[in-house]
Design a protein around this ligand. Structure first.
Ligand SMILES: [Zn+2]
Length: 457
């Protein structure tokens, strides 16, 4: 199958960061074969399907390196934002996950995948809280979203899907073997992380990821709680302890890594450990990113950082352009330095640098021959684009996912003219409303409404 996206301004994110005005991208069987002149490629491939991107901006698909596909999507904006630390997780998220049925897992994934693709996200890293991986994969495949997937991994004493370390590792291995690298969905070793894993599980998970040649992800230090608990249990800060166990390395993507001290930053850099940075989640949850966050410094020192959107009640919107803008804003404002970490750096994290951080820069993250044809066409008839200025400034500061018109993943059109063409969004939204009611009932949770709601029909 041949597809040409033609006549757009192609932001390649190639090593020279070239932007081709009025350029074209040719995809053959899902892979980018050529990037160049629209007139030439259209003449050479007269039978190719064409997406006319006249007046539009074409970018690589964006990468969301930390996203909970289950649990939260069905209860968006149900978890209050005025809660004591930890309550949103242990009083809300965990019981909701525990009450999830296999059908809920698939529906939540479809919902989140729909939102993602419509915002120009073409790859997601699932954050480590999936009960029914085969149903989550079915949801990703239905929409056509690229992703990595694991299964719930913790060996605490009580909690949904908790199990002894050996059993958790067996489950992880089964997922990675069932979805090997190379397809739309790739199995990863995923732990919940925080202080919710024994040393045996941490070590076993890292060994497994290295042995199977795949990635590993886990949550760590979004707040000061993980450092306090690791210090109490081990006498070491979290990243120092992981180093001591031999868990750090290029296979590892830490979700968050907000509260790192100087030694931990050095260890992250030295070990080439990657971090998924979800700024909106820390702001929504009041976790201290503006005081403690070191992400911009890690980027500036050559470290591996990708952006993430976290969850539908923590970060809320699965839109990497919003995350990119606030990441740049935090970097500049916390140091009161308008000469660091601007829009162009932020857009690198959303694309090629993000791809590198999740170990996929050979396949995605830029518009270059040989890469997977993951492309986003942004319309430029909104206010943030009028009149046209520097494309990097406009992508990050001027717009967000609402400008996304078309999305192609692995050469397959997934969004056309702003609507998903692979699944029926209206039907999914309708189903989700009913599923939310049932899920809350099973979890025994009544959603409080802060303002009185009065029946006025
Ligand atoms: Zn998370």
């Amino acid at each position: 199958m041949q597809l040409i996206v033609a006549h757009g301004d192609v932001v390649t994110m190639n090593p020279a960061r070239e932007v081709l005005r009025g350029g074209a991208v040719l995809a053959v069987d899902g892979v980018i074969e050529a990037v160049g002149s629209s007139s030439e490629l259209l003449r050479e491939r007269p039978r190719a399907e064409v997406i006319d991107a006249t007046g539009c901006v074409v970018t690589p698909g964006m990468i969301n390196a930390h996203q909970h596909l289950t649990g939260d999507p069905l209860v968006r904006s149900c978890i209050p934002d005025l809660l004591p630390p930890g309550a949103s997780i242990f009083e809300w998220s965990v019981p909701l996950h525990g009450a999830h049925t296999p059908d809920d897992d698939e529906l939540a994934t479809v919902l989140c995948a729909l939102e993602s693709v419509q915002n120009g996200v073409t790859t997601v890293v699932e954050a480590g809280t999936v009960a029914y991986p085969e149903r989550v994969v079915a949801g990703l495949e239905a929409v056509g979203l690229r992703g990595t997937i694991g299964t719930w991994g913790w060996d605490i004493e009580q909690g949904p899907f908790a199990a002894p370390a050996d059993e958790v590792l067996d489950r992880q291995r089964a997922v990675v073997e069932r979805w090997p690298a190379g397809g739309l969905v790739t199995g990863w070793v995923t732990l919940v992380g925080h202080d919710l894993a024994s040393d045996a599980l941490l070590v076993g998970a890292a060994d497994l990821a290295r042995k199977l040649g795949t990635g590993m992800t886990m949550h760590l230090s979004p707040t000061s709680s993980d450092p306090e608990r690791y210090l109490a249990r081990t006498g070491r800060r979290p990243v120092v302890h992981l180093e001591h166990l031999g868990v750090l390395g290029p296979h590892l993507l830490l979700g968050h890594g907000v509260w790192l001290d100087d030694d931990e930053v050095e260890l992250v850099l030295e070990s080439r450990t990657a971090i998924a940075y979800c700024p909106w989640a820390y702001l929504r949850l009041g976790q201290g990113v503006t005081k403690a966050g070191r992400h911009a410094e890690i980027v500036e020192r050559g470290g591996r950082v990708a952006l993430g959107c976290d969850a539908s009640n923590a970060g809320d919107v699965a839109d990497i352009l919003r995350a990119a803008a606030v990441a740049a804003g935090i970097a500049r404002d916390t140091r009161i330095d308008p000469e660091r970490f601007g829009a162009h750096t932020a857009f690198e994290l959303a694309t090629i640098a993000g791809a590198e951080a999740i170990g996929m820069a050979d396949r995605i993250g830029s518009v270059e021959p040989g890469k997977q044809a993951d492309l986003v066409v942004h319309r430029t008839d909104g206010w943030g684009w009028r009149p046209r200025g520097d494309v990097g400034l406009q992508l990050v500061w001027g717009t967000d996912g609402r400008s996304v018109r078309d999305v192609v993943i692995a050469g397959k059109p997934v969004v056309r003219n702003g609507g998903c063409v692979t699944v029926d969004a209206d039907a999914v939204w309708q189903e989700a409303a009913g599923a939310q009611r049932d899920l809350l009932e099973r979890a025994g949770i009544a959603v409080p409404h802060r303002w009185p709601e009065i029946d006025a029909r």
